[in-house]
Design a protein around this ligand. Structure first.
Ligand code: PEP
Ligand code: MG
Length: 580
């Protein structure tokens, strides 16, 4: 009998259609098979449990030491909460007690006790106690890994292609996903520009995020259709729906091949205006995909991914080798390396940065780097050293005003002096850009333009900070409007100011990769579109169908609307007209 069909609506994260069976991720470590044990085996099982606790403790203390050395004691102290879970007598005694009574394998008992704790804490109406769930979950997974020897799922072992269903995906989950085995993914949480969505695009895996309760409604093995464009997930579809989506898949293939046919032609409008279309990458090996999709440079190399999946910090040599390989591969095109943008939704769990009350307004990005010049300098020196191997530009994230730009540049100058003294060559004229992603930067872009060589508009953050909408929160996703008049006025101001000061402006936020906004952004005078590789061919195609003067008139009209929704509809109509 067919399982029940169901349609779930979420937030579109990466375009495309995927059809396949569901594979629920993340909980497997807690799903331990139950095995009976004999009375005689109990002491051994207790010993195994105690050994796992000792190993976990060692692991956490080791991590704590590294973090303390690299990032300060205060940061390392957040592991104390994990150590407390490990020492909790009630927890330990309950596991041993149940082991003796139920005579089941200790890994199973331990997972059951942990699940019980998580369930109790999640029902408590106290934010502090709720936060402890994260600690229990984290430390619980560590203990269970020691008890079972299991680590991340091994994608290569999967016998068929699957659609991953998860509550959330960490950067390390997404980075280790194998495109050959994972053909789509869906998550309960996340917004359009959360790191999960960004990773999905860079991996070219159709994805829907922010479904709220997908993990509760989908069972392992359910057949899913992921409609990444419309943010839909259809669970156990009927034959008609399947047929319709298979047709749609063919349609997408047809359009993709049309776009791909012109991907290597320049992004030049019908009346001759050349713009640049570059790629956003998170990992060095995405360069191949960027080139295959016709990128004319890298407009945003997000370097924080370099810091993940590890407990220590990357050395100067590691940074240097990675940057060198990226710029050499991309030559003769340019690569814009963005300095570390840690914080907000980016890798807090990996780095164990203390949890800010409002992480997006907290200690992140350039703020983090300016207070930790030791970490910052390692990266800056490596970027400078790599600059002789190709064309590098450097940019700072989250600049809020001129002081930060000056302080960052001051540290950069120190690095240059050091390298000179050491006799190490670098590009003395390396261009320095400021990301404009805070309203304060947008409004003082005239001042910033005096001391920067270029701007790159980070709409993901600019929208979140202008409209006060957490970019990762599915509950407020409806308010996240790239075409909101406030955002458009800022973009217009940034571009006009920069041009009047003689510097160029790119955009590397996800808005630059949304086909419908191409005429508007072109008309506003954007010089460079930097987008995930998979959408580059369509962006170039659209630019080649447009006329700059017409686009300018279109943008002028778009700015007259009073709501983001109206602008968006206007943009959608326009793109349909030109892409027929
Ligand atoms: C942005 O904010 O638009 C941006 C490109 O940076 P990130 O998404 O990495 O914060
Ligand atoms: Mg940003």
């Amino acid at each position: 009998m067919n399982r029940q069909s169901l349609e779930l609506k979420g937030i579109p994260a990466a375009e495309g259609i995927a059809i396949g069976p569901a594979y629920k991720l993340g909980k497997e470590i807690f799903d331990i098979p139950k095995k009976s044990i004999s009375e005689e085996e109990i002491p051994l099982q207790i010993q195994i449990f105690e050994e796992a606790l000792t190993q976990t403790r060692k692991e956490i203390l080791g991590l704590q030491q590294i973090i303390s050395r690299e990032m300060g004691k205060e940061t390392a102290d957040i592991f104390n909460a994990h150590l407390l879970v490990l020492e909790d007598r009630m927890f330990i005694e309950e596991v041993i007690q149940r082991l003796k009574e139920e005579k089941l394998n200790v890994a199973y008992i331990c997972s059951e006790v942990l699940k019980k704790y998580i369930s109790i804490f999640s029902k408590i109406e106290d934010d502090y106690l709720k936060e402890r769930i994260v600690d229990i979950n984290d430390v619980g997974k560590r203990i269970l890994r020691h008890l079972t020897g299991r680590r991340h799922p091994n994608w290569d072992d999967l016998k068929e292609k699957v659609i991953v269903v998860a509550h959330d995906l960490s950067p390390s989950d997404t980075a280790t996903m194998h495109k050959k085995k994972v053909i789509g993914f869906v998550t309960d949480v996340g917004g359009k520009t959360s790191h999960t969505a960004i990773m999905a695009k860079s991996l070219e895996i159709p994805a829907v995020v922010g479904l709220e309760d997908a993990t509760a409604k989908i069972s392992d093995g359910d057949i899913l259709i992921v409609d990444g464009k419309n943010g839909l997930v259809i669970v156990n579809p009927d034959e008609d729906t399947l047929r319709r989506y298979r047709e749609e898949e063919k349609n997408i293939l047809y359009f993709t091949s049309r776009f791909l046919a012109t991907k290597d032609l320049p992004a030049q409008t019908l009346d001759g205006k050349m713009v640049k279309v570059s790629a956003n990458i998170e990992l060095p090996d995405e360069i191949d995909s960027a080139k295959e999709h016709g990128a004319e440079g890298i407009g945003l190399y997000r370097t924080e991914f370099f810091y993940m999946n590890r407990d220590d910090l990357p050395s100067e040599e590691e940074h240097y080798q990675a940057y060198r390989s990226v710029v050499e591969k991309m030559y003769p095109y340019e690569v814009i390396i963005r300095t570390l943008d840690l914080g907000g939704d980016k890798f807090v769990s990996q780095f164990k940065v203390p949890k800010d009350m409002v992480p997006f307004l907290g200690w992140r990005a350039i703020r983090f780097c300016l207070t930790r010049p030791d970490i910052f300098k390692i990266q800056l020196r490596a970027i400078l050293k790599a600059s002789i191997h190709g064309k590098i530009k450097l940019m700072y994230p989250m600049i809020s005003g001129i002081d930060e730009l000056r302080r960052a540049n001051y540290i950069l100058e120190e690095c240059k002096e050091e390298l000179k003294k050491e006799g190490i060559p670098f590009d003395e004229n390396i261009e320095i850009g400021a990301m404009i992603e805070l309203p304060s930067a947008a409004l003082t872009s005239d001042l910033l333009a005096e001391e920067a060589d270029f701007f790159s508009i980070g709409t993901n953050d600019l929208i979140q900070y202008s409209l006060a909408v957490d970019r990762t929160n599915e509950k407020v996703a409806y308010l996240y409007e790239p075409a909101h008049p406030a955002v458009l006025r800022m973009i217009k101001n940034i571009i006009e100011t920069a041009h009047s000061k003689g510097i160029w402006v790119g955009m590397c936020g996800e808005m630059a990769g949304e086909l419908k906004f191409v005429p508007l952004l072109l008309g506003l005078g954007l010089d460079e579109f930097s987008a995930p590789p998979m959408v580059i061919p369509q962006i170039k195609y659209a630019i080649r169908c447009l006329n700059l003067e017409e686009a300018k008139a279109f943008a002028k009209e778009a700015l007259r609307f009073s709501s983001g929704k109206e602008v968006e509809d206007f943009c959608e109509d326009k793109i349909k007209q030109i892409m027929r």
